[in-house]
Design a protein around this ligand. Structure first.
Ligand code: ADP
Ligand code: ADP
Length: 231
């Protein structure tokens, strides 16, 4: 589904250059649930942003369904992203001034989904993540686990084929973390390809394999999570 070939990424800020990704080649097949792990600063977020077409490589090739996106401009990349990729963040990134239902509806508005379809789709997805009883509440009135379920609803309401999650459990306690992971696993079993960054072996064990990164390089592309690890 996604293939990276010899991808390098150099971040430039003023006079400082950081080689965040150093010759990364990897493939994510349809239906996989991949966890990306490694120490702070090793390039996990940069890699996830790369996979999600949120960032452009300094060199190398990105293939989406065998299509080489080299030479695509930002609007072409954005249209592939919008049609295929949903993203979840550690800090939920919900809009505090909008209700739960409005936050989710916004994703459909951006995609110019007709108004008469939107309401039913929002209701259905809020049921799917078991937060429909809170549709008129505001994010700050919900627990962290509930907010993350809303963020997942917002990410999946557009039916993306790929779901990216950057430390989705980072701000959650174990119980809420496990609930969110169980939901991601269900979505994976229903067909979504899931790629997640995590610091936790426990949560990584929900996935099918671990990609271990160190200093911008893949040191193991097919590792097993340590399911017995404590959080
Ligand atoms: P991780 O997610 O593993 O903590 P990151 O991908 O966030 O790693 O960062 C990898 C390296 O690139 C770090 O040295 C970080 O400081 C640097 N970096 C990440 N994003 C940027 C950016 N937008 N501008 C400059 N440097 C960045
Ligand atoms: P995480 O919490 O996922 O580890 P970080 O705190 O490393 O993420 O980074 C958060 C955001 O800041 C990311 O979008 C990353 O690209 C950016 N960033 C990280 N390091 C730097 C840096 N040295 N300079 C500028 N931006 C950075």
């Amino acid at each position: 589904m996604i293939k990276l070939e010899n991808i390098c990424k150099v971040h430039r800020t003023e006079d400082i250059e950081t080689a965040a990704l150093d010759d990364i080649s990897m493939t994510v097949e349809k239906g996989e649930f991949v966890s990306i792990m490694g120490p702070s600063g090793c390039g996990k977020s940069t890699l996830l942003n790369m996979l999600g077409l949120l960032d452009t490589p300094s060199s190398g090739h990105y293939y989406f369904n065998d299509e080489d996106l080299a030479g695509y401009n930002e609007s072409q990349r954005a249209s592939i992203r919008k049609a295929n990729i949903g993203v979840i963040f550690q800090s939920f990134n919900l809009i505090d001034e909008l209700t739960v239902a409005q936050n989710v509806d916004l994703a459909l508005l951006y995609q110019k989904v007709p108004a008469d379809e939107r309401k039913a789709r929002v209701e259905k997805v809020l049921k799917r993540v078991a937060i429909d009883h809170r549709s008129k509440h505001y994010p700050q009135q919900l627990s962290g686990g509930q907010q993350q379920r809303v963020a997942i609803a917002r990410a999946i309401v557009t039916n993306p084929k790929v779901l990216l999650a950057d430390e989705p459990t980072g701000n959650l306690d174990t119980k809420n973390g496990d609930e969110v992971m169980a939901l991601l696993k269900e979505l994976n079993q229903e067909g979504a390809t899931v790629i997640m960054v995590t610091h936790s072996e426990h949560y990584a064990a929900y996935g099918t394999r671990v990609v271990r990164l160190l200093d911008g390089q893949i040191v193991d592309a097919n590792a097993k999570a340590d399911a017995d690890a404590v959080l």
